[in-house]
Design a protein around this ligand. Structure first.
Ligand SMILES: Cc1ncc(COP(=O)(O)O)c(C=O)c1O
Length: 400
């Protein structure tokens, strides 16, 4: 088996083929399915070989905190699919987000980020980084002038997610990348909501892309995981040592589950996107819905940017239920098939009330600024028959 995790020389098959085969390594047993190397460490033929491995003179695995063949297969497959030179897997999406920023920052640097971030990402930027002497400025990600104005001579990184969580605003990644680079900063994009099927931030000019693999990549609610993808230089300069020495490592077991998830990712995301589009169509104009946001629709406020940077719509639909929190909770509690949760990207259709879960830490004013009213819900399409999902939503809306 090859020990290398560099994938720059991988052949360029069609995306669906890459998701099934890229980065795979076969042991001498000739297994069909990728092997699960559930081992903490590795043994060596001699003390000389062990020394050579530790000196980096011989390729090979050392210790699963920082190198494991099953994890390497997941990293390589993701890197090939994303068009990245290199990748490092982490224990969760938040470990990936945090490492992608912390790894390139030091005291005295400054970060600019969009205000519309998943709650934990916003905490990292707004509260955690400043504790270590890295102040941050939060901007309205849709307003390019705000990104420009926020950059300072010591700005080191820009950070955004698009579509945003939960109201699915679309930030122009190529334009923000230009502003970041003009300011001498990097752009890190959290691509969780878009999925690698519909959006490729590196091709749009971003320097680094991060995922919570917990979402669509697993897609069946089983395990946590994260991944950081970038150039070999970015990974070597900023990420490799941080992960190796601090240890937010992906379990080989989770890497194996996620490899299986990748094999069906495009089928699942396409089907979920079709269902989400059908849900948006069925709910648009409904008298109990006061606002509906779906990136695949012509009435999306940033429809032109969607067309420019995404290859498809979204597996998520955001909408506002009439009657505030009370009406919305009546609707949520009346759902029979769709489950209430804070997660997304699963085979099961899921629904989230961001104001009381993912974004409850924000003040009412901060939520209002982001368009997160007490009636906003985020629907994540699963793999059920679309008619059953739409029927459940329409039945529950009768209770509002
Ligand atoms: C946009 C976004 N980024 C990052 C994360 C964090 O991922 P994880 O839960 O795998 O740590 C989540 C969800 O939890 C998310 O929705």
């Amino acid at each position: 088996m090859s020990a290398s995790t560099s994938v720059s020389a991988a052949p360029r098959y069609q995306p669906e083929t890459q998701l099934v085969h890229a980065g795979g390594m076969r042991s001498p047993f000739g297994e069909t399915s990728e092997a699960l190397f559930l081992t903490q460490g590795f043994v060596y033929d001699s003390a000389e070989q062990c020394e050579a491995r530790f000196k980096g003179e011989e390729a090979g695995y050392l210790y699963s905190r920082f190198s494991n063949p099953t994890v390497a297969m997941f990293e390589r497959r993701m890197a090939v699919f994303e068009g990245a030179e290199s990748a490092r897997a982490t224990a969760s999406g938040m470990a990936a987000v945090t490492a992608s920023l912390v790894g390139q920052l030091k005291a005295g640097d400054h970060v600019v980020a969009s205000k519309a971030l998943f709650g934990s990402c916003r905490w990292v930027v707004e509260e955690f980084l400043p504790r270590f002497g890295v102040p941050s400025t939060l901007v309205d990600g849709l307003d390019l002038d705000q990104w420009r104005a926020a950059a300072r001579p010591n700005t080191k990184a820009f950070f955004l997610e698009s579509p945003t969580n939960p109201v699915l605003e679309i930030i122009d990644i190529a334009e923000v990348a230009k502003i970041a680079h003009a300011a001498g900063a990097t752009l890190v994009v959290d691509n969780v909501f878009a999925t690698p099927i519909w959006q490729s931030p590196l091709a749009l000019g971003a320097d680094c892309v991060v995922y919570s693999a917990t979402k669509h990549i697993d897609g069946q609610g089983r395990c946590l995981g994260g991944i950081i993808l970038s150039s070999e230089k970015f990974i070597q300069d900023n990420i490799h040592m941080l992960l190796r020495q601090t240890g937010p490592s992906m379990s080989p077991f989770n890497a194996w589950v996620l490899l299986k998830g990748l094999e069906t990712l495009h089928l699942r995301v396409r089907r979920q996107t079709d269902t989400a589009a059908a849900v948006a169509e069925a709910l648009a104009g409904h008298n109990k819905i006061t606002r509906l946001i779906y990136p695949g629709r012509a009435d999306h406020p940033q429809a032109a940017v969607v067309k420019k940077q995404m290859r498809g719509g979204s597996t998520l639909v955001a909408f506002e239920v009439a009657g505030g929190k009370e009406g919305t909770f009546r609707f949520l509690n009346a759902l029979k098939l769709i489950r209430i949760t804070n997660n997304l990207g699963d085979a099961k259709s899921l629904i989230t009330h961001p104001a009381t879960t993912t974004h409850q830490r924000l003040t009412p004013e901060q939520r209002a600024e982001l368009g997160i009213s007490d009636g906003i819900v985020r629907f994540s399409a699963g793999l059920e028959h679309p008619d059953d999902v739409i029927g459940d939503l329409l039945d529950a809306l009768k209770q509002v």
